[in-house]
Design a protein around this ligand. Structure first.
Ligand code: ADP
Ligand code: MG
Length: 587
């Protein structure tokens, strides 16, 4: 062991560079942050050779005079914080004073900069951390940092770089992220002499998303907020229910302009979308959270990617509330075409049809249907009291059953407006939640078969059943899978009693395979398997009498989530009086 000694500056910078400058994209990230901190309105990014050839960022920000520029290249030289107290309330992207010296220590580095009020600029050249020329330069106000031959003097680091495609993807992502964080700043991104993005200054996240990903992508998004709660403000754009992606590549979270990853934020998002999302599907999210800089610690990760909140649960709650608000508002709008379809199907065929204009037939038809059986007694349907307390977000506890629409749907009048309920979806939803509760202890009743059924299934189907034996058992099935392809069924859950066990298992396997197909690989999670079971239940809505219809509504009201099924398919649509007024026009 050698003596402890103070490292020479260049070595220390290279060590720091190991943390700050992981790859070409980290250089661009740091340079962009500096430009943004310098108040740039226009930023140009140019890269060549996946970043190992050239990395250059030019801005029209405040610029630096000579003395200042040379200082900026020293370790821990920062103009952004002066005291430890400042560190507790960082308002800038950078604050450690490490980026410039770190980058300069592992590259051929050139800084050209000029403050707006100076007649000439300065050029500073650094190679592998050694200061080279410092001279006057004719340049526009602002700053250009040019980085060539990144890692030329740290071959180990260079070896760790991934393929050009991967490094390029990281570069693209960093530019995209900055552009989304600061819509008001114009960006021009050039890669290998070709323009990738030319983004004019935008009025907000909406137009910026449209410029980056196209107008259709923008149209799939809802606006969130600005929603203020818990001392922070949340704004942005999120996917409409039902619009999802296979990965999280369109999820961006910004805290005071800084792109972050944080468990509390993702938890808030998950809670807001709850079961609207299929397993393995993700919404697009561009979310800006503004908060007191004192309430967030940015100094917990070398690349400043993670943050720690003073009050994480408050952030989660604010995110959830903001997203839920937007999703709720969107719901009515999203459902309107569904209503039109349902209403079109609801035209009672036996009704003496007075001649009427072909256009605008749907909505008056619905009014007629809704107002139809007025003679029915106005009995109220209430959910069982015990379960009511447990279910959150319950807007209305009571509904009056108006009647059945086209056999399958029920029409209800609630305190807030009209409700349309799909009996089949309701039935399956109720079963699904019953199966979920089954795991938590309450038994699901099973019917034993008189004789066990033994049969073969094709390999894929057999495997789908075998993979989900635990869920099937908790759902009241008694199934054994033997080697080869055979199955033995000894009991079915009560709601499938009397069905052909072989058909039931075939249908279950088909549901599983279909569910899995949507997700590219991997088995089903327990809830998905339970949903597959619930979907096996056939529902003869037409055979329900009024008493049974009410029982169905009551059971649905006792459900945890009664108006949304998986992926946004509606079990129950609610139209507020205001929406109805809007649909029919005020008169
Ligand atoms: P930090 O951003 O943490 O302060 P850096 O090493 O990234 O540290 O930058 C050091 C200093 O150089 C900054 O504090 C800033 O004053 C100055 N600087 C860096 N880049 C620019 C730029 N593009 N425009 C103006 N000043 C800059
Ligand atoms: Mg910086």
């Amino acid at each position: 062991m050698g003596k402890i000694r103070v490292l020479p500056e260049v070595v220390a910078s290279q060590v720091a560079a190991g943390e700050v400058v992981e790859r070409p994209a980290s250089v661009i990230k740091e340079l962009l942050e500096n430009s943004l901190d310098a108040g740039a309105r226009r930023i140009e990014v140019e890269v060549r050779g996946a970043g190992t050839g050239l990395l250059r960022v030019t801005d029209d920000g405040s610029g630096m005079d000579r003395e200042y520029a040379l200082m900026g290249l020293e370790r821990h030289a920062t103009s952004k914080i002066a005291t430890a107290a400042d560190l507790a309330a960082v308002r800038t992207m950078g604050f450690r004073g490490e980026a410039l010296p770190s980058i300069a220590s592992v590259s051929e580095f050139c800084l050209r900069t000029r403050p707006g009020d100076e007649p000439a600029g300065t050029e500073v050249v650094v190679r592998g951390g050694k200061l080279g020329a410092v001279r006057d330069a004719g340049c526009a106000p602002g700053t250009t940092v040019e980085v060539k031959s990144l890692f030329f003097n740290v071959p180990a680091r260079r070896k760790f770089l991934r393929s050009a495609a991967t490094e390029t993807a990281h570069l693209d992502r960093v530019v995209e992220t900055a552009a989304l964080a600061f819509p008001a700043v114009a960006f021009h991104y050039v890669r290998d002499a070709r323009t990738v993005h030319r983004l004019p200054a935008a009025a907000g996240p909406g137009p910026r998303v449209a410029d980056l990903y196209g107008a259709e992508s923008r149209d799939e998004l809802l606006e969130v907020g600005p929603a203020s709660s818990h001392g922070l403000s949340v704004t942005g754009l999120i996917s409409r229910p039902g619009v999802t992606r296979a990965d999280r590549s369109r999820q961006f979270f910004f805290v005071n302009g800084r792109a972050v990853e944080n468990g509390f934020i993702s938890a808030g998002v998950r809670e807001a979308y709850r079961q609207m999302l299929e397993p393995g599907r993700h919404p697009s999210i561009f979310l800006h959270i503004a908060m007191d800089p004192q309430a967030v610690d940015c100094n917990v990760h070398p690349a400043k990617r993670e943050v720690r909140f003073r009050n994480g649960p408050a952030v989660r709650e604010a995110v959830r509330a903001a997203l839920e608000g937007a999703l709720r508002e969107a719901r009515a709008e999203w459902l309107r075409p569904v209503l039109a379809q349902v209403a079109a199907r609801a035209v009672p065929p036996q009704e003496p049809s007075a001649p009427r204009a072909a256009v605008s037939v749907h909505q008056p038809e619905l009014r007629k249907a809704a107002a139809g059986p007025e003679s029915r007694p106005a009995e109220m349907v209430s959910p069982p009291a015990a379960d009511t307390a447990a279910a959150p977000h319950r807007p209305t506890a009571e509904f009056r059953l108006i009647g059945a629409l086209s056999r399958r749907y029920l029409l209800l009048e609630g305190a807030e407006g009209l409700v349309l309920l799909d009996q089949r979806a309701a039935h399956q939803r109720i079963l699904f939640e019953r199966l979920q509760r089954g795991v938590e202890g309450r038994a699901v009743a099973a019917q034993r078969l008189l004789l066990p059924a033994v049969f073969d299934l094709p390999p894929r189907e057999h495997e789908a059943v075998r993979e989900n034996l635990a869920v099937l058992a908790s759902a009241g099935f008694s199934v054994e899978a033997f080697g080869g392809r055979s199955l033995k069924v000894e009991a079915l859950p009560d709601f499938l009693a009397g069905r052909d066990p072989r058909r039931v298992m075939e249908d279950f396997a088909a549901e599983c395979l279909a569910g899995r197909g949507a997700r590219a690989g991997g088995g089903l999670d327990a809830d998905a398997a339970r949903r597959a079971v619930a979907r096996l239940a056939v529902d003869d809505a037409g055979a329900r009498d009024e008493r049974e219809q009410k029982a169905l509504v009551a059971q649905l009201l006792a459900c945890e989530l009664r108006d949304w099924d998986r992926d946004g398919a509606a079990v129950m649509l609610q139209f507020s009086w205001r929406e109805l007024e809007w649909i029919f026009g005020r008169s």
